[in-house]
Write a protein that binds this ligand. Structure first.
Ligand code: BDR
Ligand code: CA
Length: 315
């Protein structure tokens, strides 16, 4: 049985690839996409989700816009990585895929309430929508199979030396999710940085020779340049795509049980995920935490997804 999934995202180059993986693979049943402010404003991330679905021919998957700012304070964006549009580098026409009339929290409520089986939530942006939903509808917590999120790190951050972007963008929301008691899997920078989109990966996507393959290589070219400039990386990571890849192939990412706390008050460390890998705090584990990834298998999944969506079966 395919895993029923809702993606909660802020596309974003790597979010875009995660949408492709979820839409393409038969192990996943994509029930909907909710968007949130993060890499860019929620207006832009929603437009980008529609753009990606349009180019990939992903129709009939509702896209619902979510929260425009974090639970507290002002939002941040990642213009330095994802550009002014949030998805710079590719050229998009007017999207034909519509936006759902419901806001993200209402869409989550309706879908979790009505779907016959518990649903897996896959957040790959700031956790504002998910935390707001959990606060508004605690009675539906049991309808969540698990939460598989991209965010945090067992080590250093990227938004600050201590904090990863999604956590830094809304630390209070992340704290709510990690203290929710729900089954949480956290895939962070410590794993995603192990799987850069090297030139051979780009060449495989280019060789598909399709408009979608071209969109992918254009996106990788842009984010490759920003990662080189900002972080000095020779090739860019595609953080978010590891979440759905993990759902498709549970052996792909090595997980350990650990307690994860989100730093809310540190002068220099707000948004940091403090991962107790050695159990020194005695705090009971509240998450499965990614620590390693099978890199070739991951890229095979990504390339296969783009190939699948590039040549839809004739109707
Ligand atoms: C995360 O931050 C965003 O810029 C990416 O889309 C990813 O979700 C990586 O830190
Ligand atoms: Ca993201």
């Amino acid at each position: 049985m395919p895993i029923p999934v809702i993606l909660d995202c802020d596309p974003g180059h790597d979010d875009a690839f995660n949408i492709l993986l979820a839409a393409a693979h038969p192990a996943v049943r994509l029930l909907g996409i909710t968007t949130v402010a993060g890499n860019q404003t929620v207006e832009k991330t929603t437009l980008n989700a529609r753009r990606v679905c349009t180019v990939a021919g992903v129709e009939g998957v509702p896209i619902a816009a979510g929260m425009a700012r974090p639970l507290y304070g002002d939002g941040i964006v990642a213009r330095n990585i994802h550009g002014e549009s949030g998805l710079d580098g590719a050229v998009f026409g007017e999207p034909t895929v519509p936006v759902d009339g419901r806001d993200a929290v209402t869409f989550l409520r309706d879908t979790l309430r009505d779907h016959p089986a518990p649903v897996t939530l896959v957040p790959t942006g700031p956790l504002t929508n998910i935390a707001t939903f959990l606060r508004a509808h605690p009675e539906l917590g049991g309808r969540i199979e698990r939460i598989v999120l991209m965010g945090g790190s067992t080590g250093r951050g990227n938004r600050t030396p201590a904090a990863e972007f999604n956590m830094a963008a809304d630390p209070e929301a992340a704290d709510i999710v990690l203290r929710s008691g729900l089954p949480v899997t956290m895939i962070g920078l410590n794993v995603s940085h192990k799987a850069p989109a090297t030139p051979d990966v780009v060449a495989r996507l280019d060789a598909l020779g399709t408009p979608l393959g071209r969109m992918c290589t254009d996106l990788l070219s842009y984010v490759g340049a920003t990662y080189r400039e900002v972080f000095g990386f020779p090739a860019p990571p595609l953080h978010d795509a590891l979440t759905v890849a993990h759902l498709i192939d549970p052996d792909l990412i090595t997980l350990v049980r650990a307690h994860v706390a989100v730093e809310l008050t540190g002068a220099h460390t707000r948004g940091a995920t403090v991962v107790d890998l050695d159990g020194v705090t005695g705090a009971p584990p509240n998450a499965y935490v990614g620590v390693d990834v099978n890199v070739p298998a991951f890229w095979d999944l990504v390339v296969d997804a783009v190939r699948t969506l590039s040549s839809p079966a004739p109707s």
